[in-house]
Design a protein around this ligand. Structure first.
Ligand code: SF4
Length: 863
């Protein structure tokens, strides 16, 4: 079978994937050696895509009110529901909430319907949560949302500054390119992050900045560069507008105090920046997800513009997007704050779009951004919302409020690939969409490269492409001619034509050469980067006068002291999970890196609040509370907590992080500030703890604390409770062995099937002492027959070595195995560990962790 060239559906790096179908729903995944983003490499998430393409849990038929319905009935109901709301309450009473997981073609059809035919801009996307501040910063500085850099710049930079980016975990292939540049070119690396992440541990300089201290830092940097005479006066004079009082407002603050950094660390940073002309500043969610995210973006861009470090190889401000097609959505204009194809809402632009679309009901201005959109659902202004390929009941800040809003909304339509999601539980109508392995279209990555996503499995059940579903509803709403699309290629042609329509150099985004691409050429399309290597190489920007702008930006005031909520809460991602785990959660291997959501706590805070490493802790904010397993970490700043954003109600009883942040958002971009919430922590002391391994997905209602992850052949559930409860229903029928020690509060039970293989095992303890999970969980997938005693012990008669937590998911290598090999074989490099154990030699995502273990061991030896 020949391989299909497609694109990874996870992060904004946009790696090329080569997929070879090996069976009805099985596929071998490799990196596409010809793709410019990754040159054949894939991270752990991309490598294990093959484990996520099964049909378990898929939504395969339309549903109305929980019953299976035909497409005709379901789409008529959507069209009627939307049309009735519009007729009675006006166009702004309906909304579309989209996703960076959608393809550019899906976005185009949705945007055209909403802005040109319904006449509302209430179309927003989960990309609002990811990079809207970077978009706003680009628009303010450059006149257009254009990323001025490309991935080759990574190899040409002498200094790379990462701001708010745990690149090693969140954009691993960019990280591998940075590591390669450091090894071959000697590129210096500075990491600006409140947390000492694996990325920060690898840096030449880590600046553990105070949350939202970035504006003070970059204003301070610019003032220092000015003092040293390092501004590019020629570039400024030729290409940049500088407001009159711009320089006066710089350097008026105590940078060390506001950024929370030592003067020595600042001096080192300034020196590195001064010494290296070829400097690339990458910024990501840590900068964007802030109530002052747009100003942060402009503080970074200001430095590059003022020093002329933009539009040339190896330099520039480089926004790295989180999602696979956040950029495609931006290009199309599928956001409430943009009209279409990089146009705003001026009379001229509205007229252009109306004439291009032959639109009967053109929108007049911007619509409601994500947070405002769900507020309007909550207070009844929005009567019908259609949510596609995203899970706002989990991912929005103050997610409890979003749930209340959806519960009240007269019409909630959800298009998704999965039957059961937290958001889907509020849907009146569910529409089955094609998943990654079946979809056809295009995506744009962080460096403006458009790549094809190609399906390699047939559509399962009655699932249909998102663009096809939207166009069908549009036709049923009376817009047959404008939505007569019959293929992704036909949409792509119209989209490219719109980018070129009356463009005349007003916008860098101009795809005119693909506006008449044939179906065959579209099918064969190779990755292509619009805007060239460097869209601003000529120093001309897309502002009315062709000049970029420096923006005066001020650091935000420090948050007021709050005795009830004395800590600051940060949320973020894990290396091997993606968003709300609807896909990565299907992979047993990816589930091994972090089996439970952890709250990371500085040792001093742990001592102050009586938090025990490995115990449970409740985090409270004014919005709600959640429970996590505590991990005490020197990598946290004192006074700050970190929790992952991935767990939903499908995988945990209480670990849903986004119920905690409030609705506060950047006033310009509308991007919520996920990373700096006032919070409190307290220890949770259960009466018992335990775990269950089981072949069948268990029914966990009534268990006070639980988290659920996939294992090969079944599931692993961590549990805790506050009183004795009946857990009998968790154990299936079968031959059972059981041990009970009432005095010590221990219960162990195992059930084997008719062939003597493990079907389920339950371990409970009042002391918290429980066996390791690895061996007993592995028995779910094994062929081994068991004597009851070993099962109850939770380990075999012959003890295997304890591997410790899994570091390398590709080769299943644990931390203790690596530490043992380093000590015994005196290994001193990541490569040597790879040669000895294979760890780190496939996707490379664990290489920073291996490097940390090497450092740890070195320090232990030297101590
Ligand atoms: Fe996919 Fe990993 Fe590449 Fe991101 S870095 S696109 S997750 S393979």
């Amino acid at each position: 079978m020949s391989a299909t060239k497609t694109t990874c559906p996870y992060c904004g790096v946009g790696c090329g994937v080569s997929a070879t179908v090996t069976g009805p729903r099985t596929v071998e995944i490799k990196g596409d050696a010809m793709h410019p983003a990754n040159g054949g490499r894939l991270c752990s998430k991309g490598t294990h895509l093959g484990e996520t393409v099964g049909l378990g849990g898929r939504l395969l038929h339309p549903e109305i009110g929980g019953r299976q319905a035909g497409w005709d009935e379901a789409l008529n109901a959507v069209a009627k529901g939307f049309s009735d709301a519009i007729a009675e309450h006006g166009p702004d009473s309906v909304a579309l909430y989209l996703s960076g997981q959608l393809l550019t073609e899906d976005y185009y059809v949705a945007n055209k319907l909403m802005k040109g035919f319904i006449g509302s801009s209430n179309i927003d996307t989960n990309s609002r949560l990811c990079m809207a501040s970077a978009v706003a910063a680009h628009n303010r500085a450059f006149g257009e949302d254009v990323v001025p850099c490309n991935y080759e710049d990574l190899e040409q930079a002498d200094l790379i500054v990462l701001v708010g980016s745990n690149t090693a975990w969140c954009h691993p292939i960019i990280w591998q390119r940075i590591e390669a540049a450091r090894a071959t070119r000697g590129t210096k690396l500075v990491v600006v992050d409140p947390r000492r992440t694996e990325t920060a541990e690898s840096a030449d300089l880590h600046l553990p900045i105070r949350p939202d201290g970035d504006i003070a830092l970059f204003n301070g940097l610019l003032a220092a560069m000015k003092d040293r005479g390092l501004l590019d006066q020629q570039y400024l004079a030729a290409h940049v507008d500088v407001p009159e009082d711009f320089w006066d407002q710089l350097g008026q603050t105590d940078v060390a105090e506001q950024a929370g950094l030592s003067p020595e660390a600042l001096a080192k940073f300034y020196d590195l920046f001064a010494r290296h002309q070829q400097t690339l500043t990458l910024f990501s969610q840590g900068a964007n997800q802030s109530v002052c995210g747009t100003d942060k973006g402009n503080a970074i861009i200001n430095v590059h513009l003022a020093m002329g470090r933009i539009g040339k190889p190896g330099m520039g401000p480089f926004s790295i997007t989180g999602q696979p097609n956040a950029m495609g959505g931006r290009e199309v204009g599928g956001l409430a704050s943009m009209l279409a194809v990089h146009m705003g809402f001026s009379a001229e632009e509205l007229s252009q779009a109306q004439r291009f679309w032959n639109s009967p009901t053109m929108v007049k201005g911007p619509g409601m951004k994500a947070v405002d959109m769900f507020r309007a659902v909550h207070d009844g202004r929005i009567k019908a919302i259609w949510i596609m390929a995203t899970n706002p009941a989990v991912s929005m800040p103050d997610a409890g409020f979003v749930r209340e809003a959806l519960a009240k909304c007269p019409l909630v339509v959800v298009s998704d690939v999965m039957a059961n999601t937290d958001t889907g539980s509020f849907a009146h109508i569910k529409l089955p969409a094609l998943a990654w392995a079946e979809k056809d279209g295009t995506v744009t990555n962080s460096e403006r490269t458009i790549s094809r996503q190609r399906g390699f499995f047939p559509a399962p059940g009655e699932a249909r492409a998102d663009w096809d579903i939207i166009a069908d509803v549009a036709r049923r709403m009376g817009h047959a001619d404008a939505f007569a699309f019959d293929s992704a290629a036909s949409i792509f042609r119209e989209y490219c034509a719109q980018t070129a329509f009356e463009n005349d150099g007003r916008r860098k985004l101009n795809l005119f050469s693909w506006a008449d691409v044939s179906d065959a050429d579209y099918d064969a399309l190779k990755p292509m980067r619009w805007g060239g290597l460097s869209p601003f190489a000529d120093g001309r920007f897309t502002t009315p006068n062709g000049r970029a702008r420096l923006l005066p930006v001020e650091p935000p005031p420090a948050p007021a002291a709050d005795a009830a909520f004395p800590l600051r809460l940060n949320t973020g991602r894990y290396r091997d999970q993606w968003h709300t785990m609807t896909r990565t959660g299907l992979s047993p291997r990816l589930s091994q890196h972090r089996r439970e959501p952890l709250v990371e706590v500085h040792p001093a805070d742990a001592a102050a609040f009586c938090i025990r490493d490995g115990g449970l802790a409740r985090i409270r904010t004014r919005q709600g509370e959640a429970i996590f397993r505590a991990a005490i970490s020197e990598g946290q700043r004192q006074g700050e907590l970190f929790v992952p954003m991935h767990w939903t109600d499908q995988q945990s009883s209480a670990g849903r992080a986004n119920r905690l942040p409030n609705q506060g958002a950047d006033p310009i971009s509308g991007q919520p500030g996920f990373k700096n919430s006032a919070a409190a922590i307290e220890a949770v002391t259960p009466a018992w703890t335990g775990f269950l391994v089981t072949r069948e997905q268990p029914e966990l209602q009534g268990v006070p604390y639980w988290t659920l992850i996939r294992q090969r052949g079944g599931w692993l559930v961590e549990m805790a409770g506050f009183e004795e409860i009946d857990l009998e229903h968790l154990l299936p029928e079968g031959e059972r062995v059981e041990a009970l020690d009432g005095a010590r509060g221990v219960r162990r039970a195992a059930v084997v099937d008719g062939e003597g293989r493990l079907a389920a095992a339950l371990f409970l303890s009042r002391s918290g002492r429980l066996p390791e999970r690895d061996w007993i969980a592995a028995q779910l997938d094994g062929e081994e027959r068991h004597a009851g005693l070993a099962l109850l012990a939770g380990r075999p008669a012959q003890l295997p070595p304890d591997r410790g937590p899994i570091i390398c998911v590709c080769f299943d290598v644990g931390m203790k195995t690596i530490l043992g090999a380093i000590a015994e074989q005196q290994l001193t490099s990541v490569e040597a560990v790879g040669a000895a154990l294979n760890a780190g030699t496939n996707c490379g995502s664990c290489r920073p962790a291996i490097r940390s273990l090497l450092e740890e061991q070195k320090e232990a030896v030297n101590a």
